[in-house]
Design a protein around this ligand. Structure first.
Ligand SMILES: Nc1ncnc2c1ncn2[C@@H]1O[C@H](COP(=O)(O)OP(=O)(O)OP(=O)(O)O)[C@@H](O)[C@H]1O
Ligand SMILES: [Mg+2]
Length: 195
């Protein structure tokens, strides 16, 4: 499969069909037992762990199905983290802006365990957006949200895709969200059966 720069692609399929696995392999978080992945002109299998981490830091945003926030950091600190790692002096200011955009201006100093599932999801989304990644991988980004907040997040994803040219690769069970993407692929038992 190939995803063009600036494209939006939905990966759909039954639970256990391999959507999260595929997303992790594409993002260089997991390595494939066979085949190659080229991400931003680089063959991932030819990079070591550190080089892959660097490539992700500079180019990739990831919204995980299980949020994966750092428990000992506040919402604001979690969102700042990728920008700080890049040495961005505006990290705090940017993090405040992104938290406001996802509707969490009042939750800066809360720790993940003091936030609801949907609020944690929105922190994770602000964290993925802060470094304005070239490619954004999102694993069921609106699954834990009510319809209003789900809509805000979906609109932000496509705003980033259309205004900043961010390539969007997302996994979803929601047909409406999948249909907003330019293209869909369907997985069945680890194979692409329809694209
Ligand atoms: N770390 C692992 N070790 C062994 N098997 C795994 C591991 N992670 C996932 N699997 C298996 O690989 C298959 C695909 O899992 P994956 O998480 O990619 O599914 P999914 O399509 O994302 O499902 P869901 O919609 O429930 O999130 C499943 O059968 C799962 O049990
Ligand atoms: Mg999954």
């Amino acid at each position: 499969m190939q995803v063009e720069q600036g494209e939006s692609l939905a990966i759909v399929g039954a639970s256990g069909s391999g959507k999260t696995t595929l997303l992790s392999i594409l993002a260089g978080l997991d390595s494939a037992s066979e085949g190659d992945v080229t991400l931003c002109q680089q063959n991932l299998s030819q990079l070591d762990e550190e080089q892959r981490a660097e490539l992700r830091r500079d180019n990739v945003g990831f919204i995980f199905q299980q949020f994966l926030l750092v428990p000992a950091l506040t919402a604001l600190e979690n969102v700042m983290l990728p920008a700080e790692l890049k040495g961005d002096r505006q990290a705090k200011h940017l993090a405040e802006q992104w938290l406001a955009k996802v509707g969490l201006a009042e939750r800066h100093h809360h720790y993940p365990n003091q936030l609801s599932g949907g609020e944690q999801q929105r922190v994770a989304i602000a964290r993925a957006f802060i470094s304005q990644p070239k490619v954004l991988f999102a694993d069921e980004p609106s699954a834990n949200l009510d319809s209003d907040n789900g809509q805000i997040i979906e609109d932000l994803l496509f705003e980033l895709n259309q205004q900043s040219g961010t390539t969007l690769v997302l996994v979803t069970h929601e047909q409406k969200l999948a249909q907003r993407c330019a293209r869909q692929i369907r997985l069945q038992a680890g194979m692409i059966v329809d694209s």
